[in-house]
Ligand binder design. Structure first.
Ligand code: ADP
Length: 680
């Protein structure tokens, strides 16, 4: 079954459940997740920082120890050299060789100096650029002084040893046989110490700097930027550890600063992704919430709309009935249920024959049903008789229309059903009354015409009587000519026929009968009317002229009613000429086909219609005549309208045909369909 408008469910009454809590729940849960995630990440970060700080301290201590170990090992070598220098006479050449060996094998030692007891440089390896430099170095002088007075090695304050490097002196006093003979000074380079004694892995993780008390960087070891690649991230100053570097002392410190770890970057990306995902989840929750709010609003609007439609549907007095394309009922409204006395449940799903069809009109109902399904339902509606569940019959007027769904597809048929029983009953009553009135009016007309008709009948009857007497006399005398008697009898028969015709016309005219709309000859009708009024007209000296073309087509109508119509108009015309000079009393009846209809005009030369009379001419019981009833024109109009024609009057143009004024009463009648087709 195609999708049909199924009866929509009733709107649920009562308070709606509170939606605030279920809606807030996911948001609260989401926020909690975000908060917990944040707390977890913060803890993780803090742990990691603690671990890194610990590692930094451990590594820094380790490197400081390593430097001290290297420094101590270098000092041991210098100590031994100093002892050697104090033990015996060492000539310059020997010292130079030993010094070169020490300098070359210990990269941290930049230079070795042999100073005499006054502090003047005896020898330097590698040689000094200017001879007096060593003595003028104030830090070295201090170290010299301390070493000499203490007899122990002494460390000088850091100083700039060349354009790029800083270093410090370690002074070893030389004693020979307990006498101070000079000083061995080793110049240590910070840069070289760091370069050679700090391992690569340390430099990879930390930047190591040697800083003096004033904050001047004396030497540093950091990541080597690979040529052609981007330099790594800068060290994080917040994560550094400072260890006093003593010896040499003098406020020199080692500062190890950690580089941000690579894993941090990955983690940052991960965290960012998690937060982005959480954000998008929150956003989708929010949009879902908005969507739900929109839906609820739409549902509310739909509910109101449904309630309105239901109220409208229930208050309809027109029966509505939807059928699918196969003709099964898919929907009925309460009015239709009331009409047929069946419930919606009993009707929905029903197919032909429908329970409300009349058993004796099944064929007609089925034909009409087939017409609807074939899309041939009459636009002006279809009248049918149905029965209610209690057996009562009723007249229904049905309008069928295609049922189109939202996609523009036809899904069935929608019928509106009107119970027109009452209307039909009153129409029938009105029609019966009208017929009775017409009948009465015809009887009255006949009554009025009785004396003239009696006179008209009198003529043939007296002629018949005289022909009969004459013929009898001839027969009785025994002297008769057969031909003569036959001729008299023929005349008698003709007169009898004439009398019969008059009687037939009167009989036809006043007979009580059902109207019979059929093709009929208007010319014949007019002729009959001329015949019926002939006597009256003759009595009043009115000439009746009939102008009807021989090939006049038939009209659709009831012959007797049309006769009544024409007779009324003709009699009115004749009566209107009562004061017209006898010579001008002419009544002209003209028939023509004009604009596809039959137009009949009855023109008199009477008194005409004054404007105040014209306004009320067609009103019932309006008359200006003493014995008049005033129903003639009113009946004429209803007859013409019953025949789908039009009746009106025009004042006749004075002098147009050389005669006095008068009136023209005109009416149109539809030409019978076959005749009209033939004419085309
Ligand atoms: P009735 O003939 O009984 O008076 P009608 O309805 O036929 O009733 O006519 C109503 C009135 O219309 C008449 O009384 C008359 O005054 C006026 N009338 C009708 N036909 C003509 C006519 N041909 N010429 C002038 N007056 C007319």
């Amino acid at each position: 079954m195609p999708d049909q408008p199924s009866p929509t469910p009733q709107p649920t009454a009562g308070p709606r459940p509170a939606r605030t809590v279920p809606h807030a729940m996911p948001i609260v849960a989401m926020v909690l997740v975000v908060v917990l995630l944040g707390a977890f990440l913060w803890l993780l970060q803090r742990n990691e920082r603690d671990e890194e700080a610990l590692a930094l301290i451990k590594d820094a201590l380790w490197v400081e120890q390593n430097l001290h170990f290297q420094l101590a090992s270098d000092e041991d070598k210098l100590e031994r050299l100093a002892e050697a220098l104090g033990r015996s006479e060492v000539d310059m050449r020997q010292f130079a060789t030993m010094a070169r060996l020490v300098v070359n094998t210990n990269p941290a030692i930049e230079r070795l100096l042999w100073l005499d007891a006054q502090g003047h440089a005896t020898l330097a390896e590698p040689p000094l650029s200017d001879g007096g430099e060593a003595a003028e170095n104030p830090t070295r002088t201090d170290a010299f002084r301390i070493a000499r007075s203490s007899g122990l090695r002494a460390y000088g304050a850091p100083y700039r040893i060349d354009a790029t490097d800083h270093g410090f002196d370690v002074a070893f006093p030389l004693h020979r046989d307990g006498v101070f003979v000079g000083m061995l000074v080793g110049v240590f380079s910070f840069e070289q110490m760091l370069t050679h004694h700090v391992p690569w892995w340390f430099a990879q993780r930390y930047q190591l700097e040697v800083v003096d008390a004033a904050g001047t960087v004396l030497g540093a070891k950091s990541r080597m930027a690979v040529p052609g690649s981007m330099a790594g991230p800068a060290p994080d100053p917040a994560r550094s550890h400072v260890i006093p570097f003593d010896p040499p002392g003098h406020g020199v410190t080692l500062v190890a600063t950690a580089y941000p770890s690579d894993s941090n970057l990955v983690r940052t990306i991960l965290v960012a992704a998690i937060f982005a995902l959480t954000g998008s989840a929150l956003w989708s929750l929010w949009s879902l919430r908005r969507h739900i709010a929109g839906r609820l609003r739409a549902e509310e609007a739909l509910r109101t709309e449904h309630a309105f439609r239901k109220a409208m549907e229930d208050s309809l007095t027109v029966g509505m009935r939807a059928r699918d394309l196969e003709g099964r009922i898919t929907y009925v409204n309460p009015a239709f249920c009331r009409m047929v006395g069946l419930s919606a449940a009993e009707l929905v799903g029903c197919g032909p024959p429908m329970p409300y069809w009349l058993p004796d009109e099944l064929e007609r109902a089925e034909a009409a049903f087939a017409d609807v399904l074939a899309g041939r339902a009459p636009e002006i509606g279809l009248e049918m008789r149905f029965r209610r569940a209690n057996g009562e019959r009723f007249d229904a007027l049905i309008y069928e229309a295609p049922l189109i769904d939202a996609n523009g597809r036809q899904t069935g048929w929608m019928g509106s059903v009107l119970d027109i029983t009452e209307r039909k009953r009153s129409e029938d009553l009105a029609r019966q009354q009208q017929e009775r009135l017409q009948q009465t009016s015809r009887l009255i007309t006949m009554g009025e015409m009785a004396s003239t008709l009696a006179h008209e009948l009198n003529q043939p009857l007296s002629a018949i009587a005289s022909y009969c007497t004459g013929s009898l006399n001839r027969l009785r005398s025994g002297r008769f000519d057969t031909d003569e008697v036959a001729a008299a009898l023929e005349k008698l028969a003709a007169q009898a026929k004439r009398a019969g015709l008059v009687v037939r016309r009167i009989h036809d005219f006043v007979r009580k009968r059902e109207p019979n709309i059929a093709p009929c000859s208007l010319a014949q009708v007019l002729e009959d009317c001329v015949g019926l009024t002939g006597a009256d007209a003759a009595r009043l000296g009115v000439r009746v002229e009939l102008d009807a073309p021989a090939d006049l087509p038939a009209v659709t109508g009831d012959r007797i009613l049309l006769q009544q119509l024409v007779l009324n108009l003709m009699r009115n015309g004749i009566e209107a000429m009562a004061r017209t000079p006898r010579a001008d009393r002419r009544l002209t009846v003209t028939v023509r086909v004009e604009d596809g209809v039959m137009l009949t005009a009855i023109r008199d030369r009477g008194c005409g219609v004054t404007p105040d009379v014209a306004d009320r001419l067609f009103s019932p019981f309006f008359t200006t005549k003493r014995e008049g009833m005033g129903m003639g024109l009113n009946i004429c109009r209803s007859i013409v309208e019953h025949h789908h024609g039009r009746l009106w009057f025009e004042p006749a143009v004075v002098g147009a045909d050389g005669a006095a004024g008068g009136s023209r009463f005109l009416f149109t009648l539809p030409i019978h369909a076959h005749a009209a087709e033939a004419a085309e």
